[in-house]
Ligand binder design. Sequence first.
Ligand SMILES: [Zn+2]
Length: 418
Amino acid sequence: MLKAISETRDKNKSTYSQHDIVMSAFACMYFQDPSFLAFQQRLENKLKSSNLKTLFDVKDIPKDTQLRDVLDKIPTENFSDVFSHMFEQLRRHHHLKEFEVIPGIYLCSVDGSQYHSSKKVSCEHCLTKQHQNGVTSYSHSVLQGAIMHPSQRQVIPMMPEIIRNEDGTKKQDCELNATKRFLSQLRERHPKLGLMICGDGLFSHQPMIEETLKQSMHYLYVAKPDDHTYMMEWISAYKEIPSYQYKDDKGRTHNYRWQNKIPLNGKENTVEVNWLEYQLTNSQGKITFQNSWVTDVNVTRDNIKTLVNAGRCRWKIENECFNTLKNQVYHLTHNYGHGKEYLSDNMYILTLLAFYFHQIFELTDKKYQACRITYGSKRQLWENLRVTVRFLLFDSWEDLLNNLLSNPEPSEEYRYKP
Ligand SMILES: [Zn+2]
């Protein structure tokens, strides 16, 4: 699949093909093992083969420096087809049916995240921040979108938009600009896909709402009362507004309120929005959670629970996606360095792709699911996978999983024979 990435490397300068380099880096992220290449080189020396060859189709194992140099020169954008391709495969094979939040509509949560921050390590594309004490800090961030559903544990990452400063521009790139680029790219890559974009309070302003509608997407953006005083005054002027509440088994009360077709702000050309609010009160009557949103979807008694649940599952992008990635990226940036052009961003992308593959296994791979059950936690399973591929050679991913399923003891045929 990664073969699709176009050749950008000058063939005369190195003996390693770009495919081998990209797949080797990907393999490190896949097993979350910075020492993966070194161990596979050892297998290669002893057995004239390695798991890099059998599982990732790598002919020559690159050295770390070569890997760094080549990855630094591949434009990050080149990876976008892999994301679209995998999404289409999943969708066509009906693995995403349960991700539709409204029939035919997928919820895509968007959020910014920083994956590099340093006072020393930097490149020309770093975002910079001057501190009062004269120190400059350098960072790389990304605007990430992921398809999610309130009742699905997995999240499906989309190709992110890197927030980076381009050559020759003095102005800093920012999350809102990156979001506009992200939405337009997302529409280009998936022209007919039904989408509802879900974002935090940063997005619930007229320019971003208009941008979302321009791309023929629905929106569901957090709208904090303090950020929308005009709209809140407008709502409070109604004698009565539609509401609905019910008590659950735990004695908590779920309160829903909404109002359709109201102005977002006091401007003459204001956009008209539909507002919804949710409050959860415990059995003592104390509010334990509340939030409000604006959307273009007409809010009714029938769909308000769905919309609130959709808005509330936004935390998944932080918990399920960023936190997992950051822990991995953290040690990988330490091992591979920052680069001058694309290295730092490509390392993030390759980690994201590895995460994507793991999510796909959870959704579609019966053997992998069986391994998850056998080994309990995901961490346990991957620790075992990591150690197993360091010392034993496998013909395929399936063989590797079979071996883990037939464990505790590795089977005789996989045992190293001197
Ligand atoms: Zn940088």
